[in-house]
Write a protein that binds this ligand. Structure first.
Ligand code: HEM
Length: 332
């Protein structure tokens, strides 16, 4: 390689590293400031976490419609729920990182520092430019980038290639019954136990099973979102994880004025990860898939033609009538 070309490459690499260091420093300082402001300012009211003017304000969510066959969905229930409610395009396509930063901040009450950090990181992982890059939801499912084995709501990709749809039996049979909180909520040790069980099960059954350190931490990070955004509440999580929709009237349980910061997030991730039982099986109570959940799962699989019809009806309605009625119809 000619000398000039090598020097140019090296200069670009150095510039990239310097930019990354400056960005991380900026995020750390910004995050510390927001964490301190959260201590000083009063929390948001439980019924007014989503800011006025944003979808979901006052617990009124745009109508939910399950995805059509042609829609793009991914392994993340939080992103799918945004598309299922039309908060981002329902087809899950042509998304920008700036749009996601904004929507995730207002919908789930994550801090600006958290959103900027994670979305820039996703840009790097998925090789897209934060400012100009677009993506569709299924793009985030590159196996062993962020998507990984032993998840809460998906069978391993060795068994189910399309990671866009949740496994109701997994959620109803292995996740929700593990709750030991006094008000039927998942607490830290429950999530550690579930992760331990899922990893042990995958190791036993999946010949391609891998779980690098970063995937363990991503798994614990996702668990911490279930604890913080949903307060671990089983009733809300059943709707969110199985149907990828927001329960009517729902608001994020994170009530800090400036949102959930990285400084709060990382210690919780470590606490969950360090609590994962080392020996594999953790003794968490196991519940067989009951008849009701088996029926529900079959219904979800058979419902596609009905959903397509509902989408057409919904699209044809005038804006003033695209109301909760569609929501109610789907529930029936
Ligand atoms: C642009 C932002 C986001 C991206 C690109 C993203 C991506 C992903 C991916 C690829 C997974 C699959 C990981 C696995 O294999 O288990 C995942 C899982 C998950 N995400 Fe997200 N996510 C984002 C934002 C969020 C937010 C804001 C929440 C907060 C509620 C969230 C909650 C979850 C949960 C709970 C899981 C675990 C699902 C499971 O284990 O089955 N995500 N996310």
């Amino acid at each position: 390689m000619p000398f000039a070309e090598t020097s140019m490459r090296r200069a670009i690499d150095i510039l990239f590293i310097v930019k990354a260091i400056v960005f991380v420093l900026f995020i750390v300082i910004y995050d510390v400031i927001l964490t301190l402001l959260n201590v000083v300012f009063p929390k948001r009211l439980p019924i007014a976490v989503v800011p006025p003017g944003s979808p979901g304000a006052g617990g009124i969510w745009p109508p939910y419609l399950p995805p059509r066959k042609t829609d793009s969905r991914c392994s993340c229930p939080a992103l799918n729920a945004l598309a299922n409610h039309g908060i981002i395009p329902r087809d899950g396509k042509n998304l920008t990182f700036a749009q996601m930063t904004d929507v995730i901040r207002t919908t789930y009450n994550f801090s600006m520092s958290f959103c900027l950090f994670t979305h820039n990181a996703f840009g790097v992982i998925f090789k897209r430019d934060y400012k100009t890059g677009t993506f569709q939801l299924s793009d985030v499912d590159v196996h062993n980038a962020v998507e990984h084995d032993a998840s809460f709501s998906r069978e391993d990709s060795h068994f189910v290639k399309d990671q866009g749809a949740p496994s109701a039996s997994r959620i109803r049979g292995k996740v929700l019954p593990a709750a030991t909180g006094a008000g039927n909520e998942l607490v830290v040790k429950d999530l550690s136990n579930i992760l331990g069980n899922m990893r042990a099960d995958s190791k036993e059954t999946n010949p391609e099973y891998t779980q690098a350190l970063q995937h363990r931490l991503i798994g614990s990070g996702n668990a911490s979102n279930l604890l913080t955004v949903f307060g671990g509440r089983v009733d809300d999580l059943r709707t969110f994880l199985v149907e990828e929709r927001f329960p009517p009237g729902w608001q994020p349980r994170i009530r800090e004025r400036f949102g959930f910061t990285l400084l709060k997030f990382f210690p919780l991730v470590l606490k969950i990860e360090l609590g994962v039982p080392k020996a594999g099986k953790s003794g968490v109570k196991r519940v067989n898939l009951d008849e009701e959940s088996a029926i529900k799962e079959t219904q979800m699989r058979c419902a596609t033609p009905m959903m397509t019809m509902l989408h057409s009806v919904h699209d044809a309605l005038p804006d003033s009538e695209k109301t909760k009625i569609v929501d109610d119809l789907v529930t029936i």
